[in-house]
Every structure is written in structure tokens, then in C-alpha cells.
Design a protein around this ligand. Structure first.
Ligand code: ADP
Ligand code: GN1
Ligand code: MG
Length: 365
């Protein structure tokens, strides 16, 4: 791949200074390019989209353009700054939403939000609470987005029982790369919790949990913070914006940001759910999205944190069993370490579930 050739396809301002790999996502390959326009630095983010995971790139980019256009209007109406508070994608020189090179690789570009940063971990509950506000506001802004116009980019994305039956169990049975032998305990851990996998799906079927337009991948490094004030300003990584549950967005944020350790830390005995972070996030999220939530959603907030952590651990374990074909890994056991990490967090949440539920009650009653 010749990145300079890719950059030439977009209408960036100024002279290219440098372009480097950037960020810590598990799916796409992200670059940061710096241009100089008459002494003024301009930064752009270029992403090679993972087309194994997102084969229908047209559907994906149509979603993203319509969601960011919609958000821009909401932000303006709310008196916000649309240049900083949502992503601004840049079309190719011939007006397309992405560039496909000769090898079939697909690239998209957007403006870097200046004076911003993404965190893989934060060192204060207060800052984490601000990300809760940003994701809550994101959901509130999209509450009247025409959901039927969105393409469902990955079917069954958070259908935990579907992932269990159709991905996890077949991966164990196939044992393609002879790794079952390394993870008997973890496989048992998942199997013992099969009943949990059904809970939210059954509540959807009963009509108790409403589908909303949600982000579906609300980890901390998918929101940008202002470098000076540490306010959470812009929700990024819009690939999985689809109809989903408010609980998926809440739970996935807690999974990543209220873990006392990074997602792939192998100090398993140091892993715990930090209840002050849980509380700060819940307050931030509910202050923006809370009014719209029904009682069943509120009653399942604490459980959703456990379920999203469990589901993610099961996905890491499945990928380990399949030979690391989905998530980017830095070393052979990386997915197993991630799975063990998530399961340690699930186990701690199980011990603290009463406390987590009480925190939600204290905020909402
Ligand atoms: P992935 O699907 O691979 O997670 P993302 O869109 O989340 O792709 O981008 C990957 C990472 O790049 C983010 O988690 C973040 O760390 C970083 N990143 C992306 N865009 C920006 C930006 N505008 N400013 C700062 N960091 C960014
Ligand atoms: C992936 O794209 P990224 O790195 O923000 C994944 C999420 C997982 C997460 C685990 C499209 O998120 O579902 O929860 O890794 N995204 C996709 O860290 O599968
Ligand atoms: Mg990301």
C-alpha cells in the first residue's frame, strides 16, 4: 500500500509534512497526516477500513455521512460547535465518500479534531463521567434519526445468545488451531453463564426494551476529549451506529472505562470494577439520555455492564480459538489475555452487583 498515493486522492489543504500510523483501535488501520498550508498546520485522519469486517463499504459510508450530517444540525441547534463535536468527512477529488485502490483496499478521510486526544484509560472518575455525558448526548441527539434509513452493518452485533450459539460453540467444536487445550477454564466460564446471554434479547422480544439508534461501540477511546479542559467533545468510530439498545452503549462503556486495568492487562488479580467510575459514568450518561429511558432499561443498567463485558470476553476467546482472524493482535496469546481480563472483570461485577444496582437506584429514584 502506498499511503502517499492514497493521500493524493483527497482534497487536503497545503503541503504534506508527514503521515504516520496512529491510534489504538482493534479494527481499522488509522493514519494521521500533517499538512502545512502557508505556515498553518492542518491535520487529517485517514483510515483503511477493514473490509473483511465491513464488506458493504457503500452501506457503511452512507450511514456515516447521514449520521454526521444529522448530528451537525443537532449540534448547531443546541448552540454547540459542529466542527469539534462531530466528525467531518472529506470526499475524494471525484466526489466519492471513500477511495478504493487497485487492490480493492478502501480508505476514508476526515478532519482531525484539533487540540483533542483519545484515552485508553483515564485516571479520574470525573473525566470518565464526562464521556458518559458525551455518549448520553449522542444517543439523545439521534433519538429522532430515521432508524429505518440506516443499514444494519453487522447483524446480531450485540445479540449475545446468537454469538454464543453461532460463533463461540462452533469455534470450540472446530478447534481449528488446537487452542482448546489452553483455555478449558475460560470455556467453562462462558458455558456456565449461557442463561445470562438470553436476558436482554428476551426483553426485546417481549416488547419491554425498545430499539433505539445507538453507537454500539462506546469504549473510552471512541470519544475525543479537549486537551485543555478534558471535556469529552466528539464521539468517533461511527461504523456500528445502528438500531440497538441504550443498554449496549451504557454497558460497553463501563466494561472498558471502569476496569481498574487496561483491557489487555494480564495482572488478573488486580482487575476490578471501580464503583466510583461506574457511578460517575451513570450520572453523566443519565443526565443526558436518562429522561428517555423506561423502567426496564433503568433496571438493567447494572446487568448490562456485566453482559457487555462477558460478551466481549467471549468474542476475544472465540477469536483466539479461530486463530485471531478478527481483532488486531500484537502477540499470539493476546486475545486469550483479553478474554481472561474481561472474565476477571465479570467475576468482580458478579460480587458487586448489589452495590452497582444500589448506585443506579440512588441516582434514579
Ligand atoms: P477502530 O474501528 O479501529 O477502533 P477508530 O475510528 O476508533 O477505529 O480510530 C482508531 C483510534 O484512532 C481511536 O480509538 C483513537 O485512539 C484514534 N483516533 C481516531 N480519530 C481520532 C481523532 N480525530 N483524534 C484523535 N484520535 C483519533
Ligand atoms: C472493537 O473498533 P474498536 O477497536 O473501537 C470492536 C468492539 C469491541 C472492541 C473491544 C466493530 O472496537 O465491538 O468491543 O473492539 N469493534 C467491532 O475492545 O467489532
Ligand atoms: Mg475505535
Amino acid at each position: 500500500m502506498n499511503i502517499n498515493h492514497v493521500l493524493e486522492q483527497f482534497d487536503f489543504k497545503g503541503e504534506l509534512e508527514n503521515c504516520d500510523v496512529f491510534g489504538s483501535g482493534h479494527i481499522n488501520t488509522t493514519f494521521l497526516a500533517t499538512y502545512d498550508e502557508n505556515g498553518k498546520k492542518r491535520h487529517y485522519v485517514i483510515q483503511k477500513v477493514n473490509t473483511n469486517i465491513f464488506p458493504d463499504i457503500d452501506a457503511l459510508m452512507n450511514n456515516i455521512f447521514s449520521v454526521t450530517d444529522f448530528l451537525r444540525e443537532k449540534i448547531k441547534a443546541d448552540g454547540g460547535n459542529p466542527h469539534r463535536e462531530t466528525l467531518h468527512f472529506i470526499r475524494t477529488n471525484d466526489g466519492k465518500k471513500y477511495y478504493r485502490d487497485e487492490d480493492g483496499s478502501c480508505f476514508r478521510a476526515y478532519r482531525f479534531v484539533d487540540n483533542s486526544k483519545a484515552y485508553d484509560t483515564v485516571d479520574s472518575a470525573e473525566v470518565f463521567g464526562k464521556s458518559g455525558k458525551a455518549f448520553g448526548r449522542f444517543q439523545k441527539y439521534l433519538s429522532d434519526f430515521p432508524a429505518e434509513s440506516l443499514n444494519e452493518i453487522i447483524k446480531n452485533f450485540h445479540n449475545t445468545i446468537w454469538r454464543y450459539e453461532n460463533e463461540f460453540i462452533p469455534a470450540v467444536q472446530a478447534d481449528k488451531v488446537d487452542r482448546v487445550v489452553n483455555c478449558g477454564e475460560e470455556i467453562k466460564f462462558v458455558m456456565h453463564r449461557r442463561e445470562d446471554c438470553k436476558k436482554l434479547v428476551e426483553l426485546i422480544d417481549k416488547g419491554e426494551l425498545p430499539l433505539r439508534v445507538t453507537h454500539n461501540d462506546t469504549k473510552l477511546n471512541n470519544v475525543l476529549f479537549d486537551s485543555d479542559s478534558d471535556d469529552a467533545i466528539c464521539v468517533i468510530d461511527l461504523d456500528t451506529v445502528m438500531p440497538g439498545l441504550a443498554l449496549y452503549d451504557f454497558g460497553d462503556s463501563i466494561r472498558f472505562g471502569a476496569n481498574s486495568c487496561a483491557e489487555d492487562d494480564d495482572n488478573y488479580d488486580k482487575i476490578e470494577i471501580m464503583l466510583d467510575y461506574f457511578e460517575a459514568y451513570a450520572k453523566g450518561f443519565l443526565s443526558e439520555a436518562g429522561e428517555a429511558l423506561n423502567q426496564c432499561e433503568i433496571d438493567n443498567l447494572a446487568f448490562s455492564a456485566k453482559l457487555m463485558t462477558f460478551e466481549c470476553g467471549m468474542r476475544f476467546l472465540t477469536d483466539y480459538l479461530n486463530g485471531d482472524t478478527y481483532f488486531k493482535t500484537a502477540y499470539p496469546e493476546h486475545n486469550l489475555v483479553r478474554a481472561k481480563n474481561q472474565f476477571a472483570l465479570v467475576a468482580d461485577m458478579e460480587k458487586k452487583m448489589d452495590k452497582m444496582e444500589q448506585i443506579i437506584k440512588d441516582i434514579t429514584e
